[in-house]
Design a protein around this ligand. Structure first.
Ligand SMILES: [Zn+2]
Length: 165
């Protein structure tokens, strides 16, 4: 059964909640915390295509409240629009853990451009060094190139080091 709030759909998955559509001021994300099991909340964000500034505010509220209640949020298959927010606004990260995420790739041989799913644990060493995992083009089997700046796109994975002073 789909729970629809504004332009966001929430569907129950296997031990997780699948979000799709747009996150905005009508999304009421903090309510999702009441769906946590044993203080764990797993959100699949593959279908989230857009988040506006009010949605970002709502998202941060959810993260702050999760921290306050001691709820661990795991984010799976995080879509590119959400990754951009995690990179730009530290507060959107909260204490959540990203298990996997989408990243832009392009194939120089055939011109195919595609968001590719990257598993964080499986690529931990490369990602820690800001090296994009290698992806084979599903179209022509050539090596696809990462289509962003790794030091920018993967920065959400690097823990914030407190500034001196
Ligand atoms: Zn190709």
């Amino acid at each position: 059964m789909t729970d629809t709030r504004g332009r966001l759909n929430i569907d129950a998955g296997e031990g997780q909640w699948n979000l799709s559509g747009s996150i905005d001021e009508t999304s009421a994300l903090t309510e999702l915390l009441s769906r946590a099991q044993h203080s764990n909340l797993v959100l699949d964000l593959a279908g989230v295509t857009f988040i506006n500034s009010l949605g970002v505010r709502d998202w941060i509220r959810m993260q702050n409240e999760a921290t306050r209640q001691g709820i661990a949020i795991e984010l799976r298959r995080v879509s590119e629009p959400i990754i951009h927010q995690l990179n730009m606004i530290i507060a959107t990260r909260g204490n959540s853990r990203v298990a996997s995420f989408y990243a832009p790739y392009a194939c120089d041989s055939c011109g195919r451009e595609e968001s590719q799913l990257i598993d964080v644990a499986a690529n931990a060493v490369g990602l820690a060094n800001l090296v994009a995992p290698s992806i084979t083009c599903p179209e022509c089997a050539a090596q696809m190139a990462f289509n962003d700046f790794p030091e920018r796109y993967f920065s959400f994975l690097v823990p914030e080091t407190p500034r001196p002073g």
